[in-house]
Design a protein around this ligand. Sequence first.
Ligand SMILES: [Ca+2]
Ligand SMILES: [Ca+2]
Length: 486
Amino acid sequence: MKVYLFLQSMEGGEALAFLDTFLPTQSASRWVSHRACRLASRLLTIGAAMMLSLLAGGCSRVQTSIEDLMSPPVLTEEQAQIRDALARVSGDGEIKYRYPQNGEYRSSYIFYDIDADGVEEAMVFYQSASKGEATWINILDQQNGEWVSVCETPAPDSTANIDFVSFEQLTGDGEISIVIGWEDLRSSKTAIAYHYQSGRLLPIFEREYTEIAIADLDGSGTTDLVLFTPQAQSTLVFLACETENGFETVDSLTLPRSILSFDSVLTGATSTGSSALFLDSTVEVYETAFQVTDVISAQAEEDGTPKLVNLLDNELLSLSESTLRPAQNIYCRDIDSDGLIEIPTVSTLPGYEDLLSEDIPFLTTYNQLLPNEQLSPKQSGVINTQHRYMLRFPQRWIGQVSAVVQPENGEWTFFVYNGDLQDTSQTLLRIRVYSAKDYHDKFDGDYFQLIGQKGLFEYYAYVLPSQSELAITQQELTGEMFFFLD
Ligand SMILES: [Ca+2]
Ligand SMILES: [Ca+2]
């Protein structure tokens, strides 16, 4: 396989060289312009729909802010006590609660034993008219069965949103670290880690981020922060962890591309048993979105300081380019449930080498990362991204069996490829998905058997009788091939 050039540079000719390698035809620019046209028409459609809904809904009530909607109409006694305690602090009966938009804790009242004394404290984010625009953090504790405010701290200036709150062991002294992601009015985000001591929240670390991962990456027993910040042509990754000086940034590395969106960050084990971040993100090539995987770990230097390690791209390897794939939201996962994370790569099915469309079925392969080797395929198959199932291909199918999607009914037909996608005379399998509301063709019902159900959808398959050595059985289909992705 050729080296994808575009990673070194996003310049035009090299980007096309990549595309031509990824899709082994001369038609990369055709792919791109095709996608651009589709995107433009989609945007126009969305714009028209929005215009219609605005016209239609012109008289309806304007939706109030989400905080207003989330204010609990009926408070539990505990919540009422907390509200009253806050009112005493703020001097204001009208409190507007704020809550984290992401992460594990998304409630106005966050309960956690912050000082590790065996009793939970309550953490509340709020604004009150008498205290201006600022957002405040209040920590309340129970004293003689009553909730009492024990700590009141302003959020950073110009805080517009709380991204997340997380309770971690960032330091080895047993203290709980409260990590809060703050988003300001310009949507830029800052993570601040606090220790709660003597009724005060003391910041121990602060750094801007676009995406953050919280994990014990170097296996030292304390939790590390990994912060991602995209630049114009690259993305910076910072590692912060406990040192003899406290909790601080100890290392950084550069990913050679600007990341448009961080789609999935998974912490998991590599084949060597060490912990790593499996990052799936969207990047742009010639205004076309692709997804790509990076795998980042940390290893201790001789002096004990951890250093970030790019497990896909380093002095020995250059593998992340081979994970570039159409943006279909297929992410790293433990596909075979062996406790190790696999990395998806995508290639064309037989017959599609010259057909460029985002809607064609691809062969997706989940690979294990072996130390200092190539990606090692573990499972391959076709993924129906709309209905979120995978049809795992038996080894004998790979390179021999292709698939077509019937536009009239969405049926996926799998057949022995004889050199022409129109020739489905040796069909091995047909899969259809019906919603509960769909009309089922009675004639088809004689052949198709229900193989799965998910929500309102029913999945039917027809295994055709065949003399081909590529034929499968119903048992093979349901036992080894067909499964839901999530
Ligand atoms: Ca406590
Ligand atoms: Ca696995």
